[in-house]
Design a protein around this ligand. Structure first.
Ligand code: MG
Length: 244
């Protein structure tokens, strides 16, 4: 019995000494592995070294229309512009979790109002729309304005520049997870920074973006990034993603 008590006290003493060491010396809390790989930041608005460039101002090879054909959107002065009526365009590559950068511009010549003025959209995994719209002094329902997750989440602020000016979206997206039975076990989440201003902060995406009706949650894997033809000549440039 005495022996056991001695051992117990010895144990407590050792644990106390080791705990004291941990909080009085810096080394135990230094983590040396793994070492993050090097990514070289882009200079002068160029993509970082590990980005997949989806539009560099000239080449449209990364894109297709729904039927798989080459895109009919116009390339002019380094910008890719919706040819109204030609249809949405999607990346040939598919993605899950990602960081996305793109720049967009609504027409300088203002036409239409509400949802009819400079409407396009960025569809993550072809399903979840980050709205693109000219909302510079243009009223619409806030859960459908620029920076919204369409019909699901109002942006924190209106960060729009005037029509005809280039605007940026930096998007961090975590895809939804589904189990083997096709049941959603984790929602997608998205952070959107418009022109350097936070408009969606790790927002839960409730399901697909629907014009009419409730969001749907049908199991899917990686899918294309899609840009919307909403009959307005909205332009895009400098589009790149990093897989996460
Ligand atoms: Mg839209």
């Amino acid at each position: 019995m005495f022996k056991h008590i001695t051992l117990l006290f010895a144990g407590i003493l050792l644990a106390t000494i080791s705990f004291a060491q941990q909080i009085t010396t810096p080394e135990p809390t230094e983590v040396w592995e793994p070492v993050p790989r090097v990514v070289t930041p882009g200079m002068n608005n160029l993509p970082p070294s590990d980005a997949i460039v989806l539009f560099d101002g000239k080449n449209t090879n990364e894109w297709k229309h729904e039927d798989g054909s080459d895109i009919k959107w116009k390339v002019e002065d380094g910008a890719l512009t919706v040819t109204p009526g030609s249809g949405d365009i999607s990346t040939r590559q598919t993605f899950g979790d990602l960081q996305l950068h793109l720049e967009w511009r609504t027409p300088a010549a203002v036409k239409g109002e509400g949802q009819g003025r400079g409407n396009s959209g960025v569809f993550l995994q072809s399903r979840y729309e980050v709205q693109v719209l000219d909302n510079y002094q243009n009223k619409t329902y806030p859960n459908g304005q620029a920076g919204s997750i369409y019909k699901q989440s109002i942006p924190l602020v209106n960060a729009c520049r005037p029509p005809g000016e280039w605007q940026t979206y930096d998007i961090i997206y975590t895809a939804p997870r589904f189990n083997a039975d096709g049941v959603k076990v984790a929602s997608a989440h998205v952070t959107v920074i418009q022109n350097g201003i936070l408009v969606q902060n790790n927002t839960e995406i409730k399901g697909t973006s629907e014009y009419i009706g409730l969001p749907k949650n049908i199991a899917h894997g990686d899918d294309s990034l899609k840009l919307q033809d909403h009959s307005n000549p909205v332009s895009y440039r400098n589009i790149w993603v990093r897989k996460l």
